[in-house]
Design a protein around this ligand. Structure first.
Ligand SMILES: Cc1cc2nc3c(=O)[nH]c(=O)nc-3n(C[C@H](O)[C@H](O)[C@H](O)COP(=O)(O)OP(=O)(O)OC[C@H]3O[C@@H](n4cnc5c(N)ncnc54)[C@H](O)[C@@H]3O)c2cc1C
Length: 258
């Protein structure tokens, strides 16, 4: 059989545009496919929420790929081990309440779990701004990464009842509100991290994962970027637990909106 090049392109175009069209309106949008965003996407999708994850890079996984200190091994504390089991990641007990796992396996397994649960991941999609109406975030403004910042092209608007800023240190959704003076109570200096303290830092990103503006939520490192808090050191459990906390909160808030 001779492969028909035109047919191959047509299949890709049909499939992609069906996915894109279907996701212009979602219950929840997650910006950034790091550990917090991916776990949140997985858990929301498992609960039947229509959730779409926009990631600017080719690959989902964010900082997971680099593991700790640029070495592809991650350390997770006891409290988060059940989350590894949930997505089928193998781990080793290292004593003192610590466990280790392969970061490549974690990134791949989390991504697969999210997509297979029904969270649509649109990669090469850079979120540039938020849509705000009547004092509420109603969606995000995005462009294909190849275009974003390079060409003068109108962006795509994705709407949702809840938007999670999972963009890590960049906290691009938080910054979009802050630069317009819309984040009351979080002055410009609020995002400055304190010195490293893994215990306090890990607790901070979990306890402070939440809503920072009507319709906008933070989890993972964007909590630190938005609110400050101590640096955590190379341990990943807090990112996953923060993703779980925010999934529960978003699901509850969406059910009240319905
Ligand atoms: C400066 C710095 C300091 C760090 N300090 C610590 C620390 O103290 N403790 C610690 O545990 N880890 C630290 N890390 C490591 C690492 O960032 C985190 O542990 C972890 O990966 C953060 O998870 P996350 O889910 O919050 O976001 P990330 O893993 O950072 O993932 C964010 C994702 O968002 C995507 N993204 C960003 N902007 C956009 C956009 N506009 N549109 C769409 N997608 C976007 C990125 O491509 C990425 O995939 C640090 C990293 C950096 C860069």
């Amino acid at each position: 059989m001779q492969l028909d090049q035109t047919r191959i392109s047509q299949i890709i175009l049909d499939g992609y545009h069906a996915k894109l069209g279907e996701r212009i309106v979602s219950d929840a949008i997650i910006v950034g496919a790091g550990p917090a965003g991916l776990l949140c996407g997985y858990l929301l999708a498992k609960r039947g929420v229509k959730v779409t994850l926009l990631e600017k890079r080719l690959t989902a996984g964010g900082g997971i790929w680099g593991g700790g200190m640029g070495m592809n091994e991650v350390v997770i504390q006891d409290e988060a081990v059940a989350l590894l089991d949930d997505v089928g990641v193998r781990h080793r007990d290292r004593g003192d309440g610590l466990h280790s796992a392969d970061s490549v396996e974690l990134a791949a397994a989390l991504t697969a779990a999210a997509v297979q649960a029904g969270c649509a991941v649109l990669n090469l999609m850079t979120v540039e701004d938020l849509s705000v109406r009547a004092g509420r975030v109603t969606g995000v403004v995005a462009n294909r990464t190849m275009i974003s910042g390079a060409l003068h092209v109108d962006p795509i608007m994705f709407s949702a009842g809840a938007v999670l800023d999972g963009t890590g240190h960049e906290a691009i959704c938080v910054q979009a509100l802050r630069r317009r003076g819309l984040l009351a109570g979080t002055p410009a200096g609020a995002g400055v991290e304190g010195p490293m303290d893994p215990d306090a830092g890990e607790a901070f990103v979990v306890e402070n994962a939440g809503s920072v503006y009507p319709g906008l939520y933070v989890a993972g490192m964007s909590v630190s970027a938005a609110l400050g808090g101590p640096r955590m050191g190379p341990i990943f459990g807090g990112m996953l637990l923060s993703g779980r906390t925010i999934a529960e909160q978003i699901a509850d808030d969406l059910s009240k909106q319905a």
